[in-house]
Design a protein around this ligand. Structure first.
Ligand SMILES: [Zn+2]
Length: 292
């Protein structure tokens, strides 16, 4: 379904997006999905667990029992009645999880005002990167909550998440999303393609629920075939956890392996070819340079 969206005329799509989130007719039949959940509290995002599901606090869900789709927001899970506490406009109410599907989560609270201490954003030949200013020992570097989460592989849900933020005046979210690419989208790129490109290049896959999330600091990690960092997602909170694989010294850029573990066993030619074909860049990491 998502590819067909790319062919939709931009004006039609934008008009459609502006009409959301309250009373929106959905012609795209999103498959029933496991509930995703990511939670935002005041300082950090918390994944809400309840009723056999996990949902990020602040997620926008679509009521399935409405003739017209109605987007409502997940506030909490109420263990007393074993139901989710939802909000539509000014009204709050309870509902069992089986009556809705999670569409996306927009969480301005997950955006810290600055990046973690000891790290700075620098411009490199490969784009922006995160550089250490101090020594970081092996172990946890930082953990971070996502500010945008949407169903995996469904462009419409991602576009709606951006449009939702725009409609709600969530400027911090929109600015953070715009930061994902330093270069302006080319004039030939449609708005929906720009959304897809930004998302695909910077997202972190979340296995349960099947969604992808955007994290502000984490998205600055560059790829390297000799990474000094590893990334994991904490199921209990939905946060991404970035660990230093060794001591990282001042002036070093934080880098990770974008691919599966076995990728690093490939020879330089295979690695380069794979990255060019699937991610559209030529790896200039020190290992690739040394092995060529
Ligand atoms: Zn490389």
């Amino acid at each position: 379904m998502q590819e067909s969206w790319l062919g939709v005329h931009a004006f039609k799509l934008l008009s459609w997006l502006r009409a959301m989130p309250a009373q929106l007719r959905h012609r795209d039949a999103l498959r029933p999905t496991l509930l995703l959940a990511v939670a935002v509290s005041w300082q950090r995002t918390l994944l809400l667990h309840g009723g056999g599901a996990a949902i990020f606090r602040g997620s926008v869900v679509r009521m399935k029992d409405e003739t017209e789709s109605l987007h409502v927001q997940v506030l909490n899970f109420d263990p007393d009645v074993k139901q989710w506490l939802l909000r539509a406009g000014e009204k709050t109410f309870h509902r069992v999880a089986s009556s809705f599907e999670v569409d996306f989560c927009v969480s301005p609270d997950a955006l810290a005002s600055r990046h973690p201490d000891g790290l700075q954003v620098v411009q490199t030949p490969c784009g922006r990167a995160l550089e250490a200013q101090v020594d970081f020992p092996q172990g946890e570097l930082f953990r971070e909550a996502p500010y945008l989460v949407a169903q995996r592989g469904v462009l419409a849900a991602r576009s709606r998440a951006i449009a939702f933020a725009r409609a709600k005046g969530m400027m911090r979210v929109l600015e953070a999303f715009e930061e994902l690419c330093t270069s302006q989208p080319s004039q030939s790129m449609s708005p929906e393609t720009a959304v897809l490109a930004r998302w695909e290049c910077n997202c972190q896959q979340l296995s349960v629920p099947p969604a992808s999330g955007i994290y502000r600091t984490h998205s600055l990690l560059q790829h390297s075939c000799q990474p000094n960092c590893a990334v994991g997602v904490l199921f209990s909170t939905g946060e991404v956890l970035v660990r230093a694989l060794r001591t990282i010294h001042p002036g070093e850029a934080l880098c990770r392996n974008y691919e599966r573990e076995g990728f690093l066993q490939l020879d330089v030619r295979s690695r380069q070819q794979h990255l060019r074909e699937t991610r559209g860049f030529t790896c200039l990491c020190s290992r690739c340079v040394a092995e060529q």
